[in-house]
Design a protein around this ligand. Structure first.
Ligand SMILES: [Zn+2]
Length: 461
């Protein structure tokens, strides 16, 4: 039999990591004091102050030169700090120090308009230049943040591509999805930036949000696909098992030959489905654990049935005993100890029948029923299940035939009763049965049972 005797592998299971927990694991490694993932507030660039000229207008109050110089000096100091903050940006993505400094420049400028004397225009112009320069730095800082952000974002884009490929390919192993997601999360970076600094930067921040959202969606998709595949695989295993169960039932209760063949035919399917099922790696949810346990018990049942299929030996005709004509070979299997007894009985019968030399059906016993090769129900018999039962016919023992011979029948039964291992002979003829039992008082018994007028049944242990 080409049967497996071991269980196929069962799926591996891993604990189900919460998606949020995965994310926060990464976050806790990179997070700063504030949530770095959300850009903060709007940071609009300021417009240069309006200049109000003196003498020709009635602006009031006019700012004295000393006061303008004091403002200019403050603005200049703050501008120098801003310039340092700008150069500190480097490859960073934290705009807070720069923006704080930028606001300092503008608060040093003290308001939106300067009413001044014409002679002080140089000082005013210097203030305006400093403010203008601070706006230029603001623009350059925006570009710099955009470039830095884009560089970091590239790793996320690449990570997303890898993750998408993985999700598209994965069929069996949920660990690949979990690890792919973890690898993507490692590309997520921290930043503190402002909406409105730079339109391109705003777009990049939106892309960042889309990528992180998409990664969660992909994770869910990937794990759901594997889960659905796993459930389908389980259903296929269960269906394959049900087919075998029904075949085994047929073997046991309806017809052992048909049932066994059906079993043998369907078995490879169960093995294939079982091997496929064993390839999965899924989360340890209660339903998954139940499916895995169920498949384990399917295979234990099936292996138990396989162990319960005996392998009997085919009877070959020998002197005085033949297979019944017109009957299929698969009805002539039995334990070899029964076949040994039958050969001896055939031998005896051939000797007893020396006067019937010309009559084939008189000088031979014909077996009409043994067992199926692998046992199972053999209709219409209730017995013939253990490879230890045999039905015999010949014209000399057939009470429905003119050639029936009482003495020869009794001799045959006595010869059978004397064989080692024989437990019972069943035949419907009271006198013959009684006299055979009397002839072999210490051995097996002959039993008178109706339905055995034309043949006899014997069994061995
Ligand atoms: Zn029988």
């Amino acid at each position: 039999m080409p049967f497996y005797s071991t269980l196929p592998n069962l799926p591996r299971v891993i604990p189900d990591p919460d998606v949020e927990a995965l994310g926060s694991h990464i976050r806790s490694r990179t997070i700063a004091a504030e949530n770095p993932y959300k850009p903060i507030n709007l940071a609009l660039r300021r417009d240069l102050p309006e200049l109000l000229d003196f003498e020709t207008t009635s602006c009031d109050p006019v700012i004295p030169r000393d006061e303008l110089i004091r403002i200019r000096n403050n603005v200049r100091d703050q501008y120098q700090s801003l310039d340092i903050e700008f150069r500190n940006i480097g490859s960073g993505k934290n705009a807070k120090p720069f923006m704080a400094s930028y606001n300092q420049v503008w608060s040093a400028a003290e308001g939106g308009s300067y009413c001044h004397y014409q002679n002080d225009a140089d000082v005013v112009q210097e203030i305006l230049n400093l403010l203008d320069n601070s706006n230029r730095l603001y623009e350059k800082a925006g570009n710099l943040f955009e470039r830095n952000f884009d560089n970091s974002l590239q790793a996320m884009r690449d990570g997303m591509q890898r993750f998408e490929r993985l999700v598209g390919q994965t069929d069996y192993d949920v660990r690949l999805i979990v690890n792919g997601y973890k690898r993507f999360l490692e590309t997520i970076f921290q930043f503190s930036l402002y909406w409105g600094m730079d339109p391109q930067l705003d777009n990049l921040i939106r892309e960042y949000d889309r990528l992180t959202d998409r990664s969660k969606t992909l994770y869910d998709q990937g794990t759901k696909v594997i889960q659905a595949n796993f459930e389908r695989s389980f259903t296929r295993v269960r269906n394959a098992f049900e087919s075998l169960k029904s075949a085994h039932n047929h073997w046991n209760h309806v017809d052992g030959f048909i049932g066994f063949n059906r079993f043998e035919e369907n078995y490879p399917n169960l093995v294939n489905e079982g091997v496929d099922f064993g390839r999965y790696s899924v989360f340890t949810t209660p339903p998954n654990s139940q499916s895995i346990q169920a498949v384990g018990s399917f295979f234990r049942d099936v292996n138990g049935w396989i162990d319960g299929f005996p392998e009997f030996v085919l009877f070959n005709s020998s002197r005085g005993i033949k297979r019944g004509g017109g009957l299929p070979e698969h009805k002539f299997f039995a334990e070899s100890r029964l076949l040994d007894v039958l050969r001896l009985v055939g031998d005896d019968f051939a000797r007893q029948s020396s006067n019937d030399k010309s009559h084939y059906e008189y000088r031979n016993l014909f077996i009409t029923s043994l067992s199926y090769p692998h046992n199972g129900k053999m209709p219409p018999h209730a017995e013939h299940r253990k490879g230890l039962d045999c039905d015999l016919w010949t014209r000399r023992i057939d009470q429905t035939e003119a050639s029936f011979d009482e003495q020869r029948t009794k001799d045959l039964i006595v010869s059978i009763l004397k064989k080692k291992g024989v437990t019972r002979v069943i035949y419907t003829h009271e006198e013959i049965v009684n006299s055979a039992n009397a002839a072999v008082p210490d051995n097996a018994v002959a039993v008178r049972l109706s339905g055995h007028e034309d043949h006899l049944h014997l069994d061995v242990v």
